[in-house]
Ligand binder design. Structure first.
Ligand SMILES: Cc1cc2nc3c(=O)[nH]c(=O)nc-3n(C[C@H](O)[C@H](O)[C@H](O)COP(=O)(O)O)c2cc1C
Length: 201
């Protein structure tokens, strides 16, 4: 299947980092408003976008080995058919991936986490730990988990600056999430991050 070129991310805005730090909150209820492809582009860029000609990214990485793989499960995104897509940082593109009806399977893999079923999109961070453990041994596993924290925080602060919000979810069944997303055997899911416009109270 063909890849989807994402809109060019912006590197400036009038919304300050300090304001994003101050305003960020975990949000688990979303308005039914669709996300735009521009918003999805900006969020993925914040998490793992390439920011240097040498391939360095928005997020630091032990040894610059980049073990993280970023997926977006689109439910209600303008310009994206519902389904699973893998983010290709170097090309800033999305590659269709995963199985049909992934959202229902993903929600079932995270029981009680209604945001996974209801958000217009869910970003999933997974990791190929071997990329990092090949250099750092067992200690590399903890490095990879730290990196997922960097990427998730970048994403959540960017969401805040766009008037969006999300929640980083760690409570899920790894094997069922991997199956829902169609992950390769060497990929381990680390975070599910439902995203959208916060519901009005
Ligand atoms: C490693 C980690 C795992 C988390 N897992 C979940 C989760 O499974 N479900 C959930 O609703 N929130 C989860 N959270 C979000 C926390 O509940 C939330 O960050 C905390 O209540 C503080 O609120 P705040 O994010 O609005 O500052 C997780 C946060 C972290 C850092």
């Amino acid at each position: 299947m063909e890849t989807i070129q994402l809109p060019v991310p912006r590197t400036q805005s009038a919304y300050s980092l300090e304001r994003a730090l101050h305003e960020r909150r975990s949000v688990r209820r979303f308005s039914p408003t669709a996300l735009t492809l521009e918003q999805v582009s900006q969020l993925l860029w914040a998490a793992q976008g390439v920011t240097h000609a040498s391939g360095l990214r928005t997020t630091p990485s032990a040894g610059a080995l980049y073990p993280l793989e970023t997926y977006v499960v689109a439910g209600n995104v303008t310009g994206l058919r519902p389904g699973v897509y893998r983010y290709l940082p170097q090309r800033h593109e999305l590659a269709p991936a995963g199985r049909a009806n992934a959202r229902a399977a993903l929600a079932a893999a995270a029981p009680g986490q209604t945001a996974v079923a209801e958000a217009p999109a869910v970003v999933a961070l997974a990791a190929v730990e071997g990329r990092t453990t090949a250099k750092y041994g067992r200690r590399g596993i903890a490095y990879v988990e730290r990196e997922a924290g960097h990427a998730a925080q970048n994403l959540l602060l960017q969401a805040t600056a766009l008037g969006l919000a999300g929640v980083p979810i760690g409570a899920f069944d790894d094997a069922r999430v991997a199956a829902a997303l169609g992950l390769a055997g060497d990929e381990r899911p680390l975070y599910l991050i439902p995203l959208g416009r916060p519901a009005q109270h």
